[in-house]
Design a protein around this ligand. Sequence first.
Ligand code: TA6
Length: 283
Amino acid sequence: MLSYLRGDLSLLRLSGAQAALEITPHGAHLTDWTVAGTQPVLFLSPNAVFQPGKAIRGGVPLVFPWFGPKTGDPRAAQHGLARVREWDLESGTVTPEGECSFVMSLADDESTRAAWPHAFHARFTATAGRQLRMALEIRNTGAAGFTFEAALHTYLAVSDARRIRIRGLENVAYLDKVDGGARKPGESVPIVFTGETDRLYVDTASACTIEDPGWQRRIVVSKSGSRSTVVWNPWTEKARAMADLGEGAWTGMVCVETANAGADARTLAPGGSHVLEAVIAVE
Ligand code: TA6
């Protein structure tokens, strides 16, 4: 395992015959997955910031225990507390077949309870070969039930966001964040971006396929333990206003996020657990 500093954060990198995988304990945040001999699949912003307390722009931020703004607390950080906390490394391994795997965990402490008054244990497992398998397990370790939201906020690298198509969400209703959260019926055609897009697709367990004519590849995101999917691209204006993304970088990314958000929030009784999983394959 290679360990090195980027900005003020340490990154851990494993390389196997099939693929390389990179993560930082800062948010148990995957920053790279590259299948041997191919283009990276995860997008990492050229202007990403690597500092304690800040979320990294790109890779796979882990969203927990709330998605987006915190209901009833507008001062709270967007997308929860997990992505800016230091997680513990449980293991980092390379199998004889050449697959790389990291397991990291996070438990509640005084500072998390100040922001979210519940006892929990979170475990993130990522295994990379020709596919990337990710699982976020949340366990309620307290004496009272709680309700949470979560997401694998995956940034995928594409040749040009203006030319890709996303299949799998046809005729699925969504909440349109660009239009004040208005509920919209799904479209009968694949998603093609023509402007800022920020949608929470509700009540869907289907896989999504990102068709990229520029790189002649398809990325398939399948999932379990999830009935909501978020699709996001900030486009020009929003991207220009984001210092850690910046002018132009938005064309190289699309977020297709495996979520438990909105009506898909999950409730756990004491001792209960839930696993949110995604598998990403490149064809
Ligand atoms: O997942 C889409 C979204 O909720 C967008 O609204 C946008 O804000 C994006 O997340 C990035 O959020 P961040 O807090 O990382 O800037």
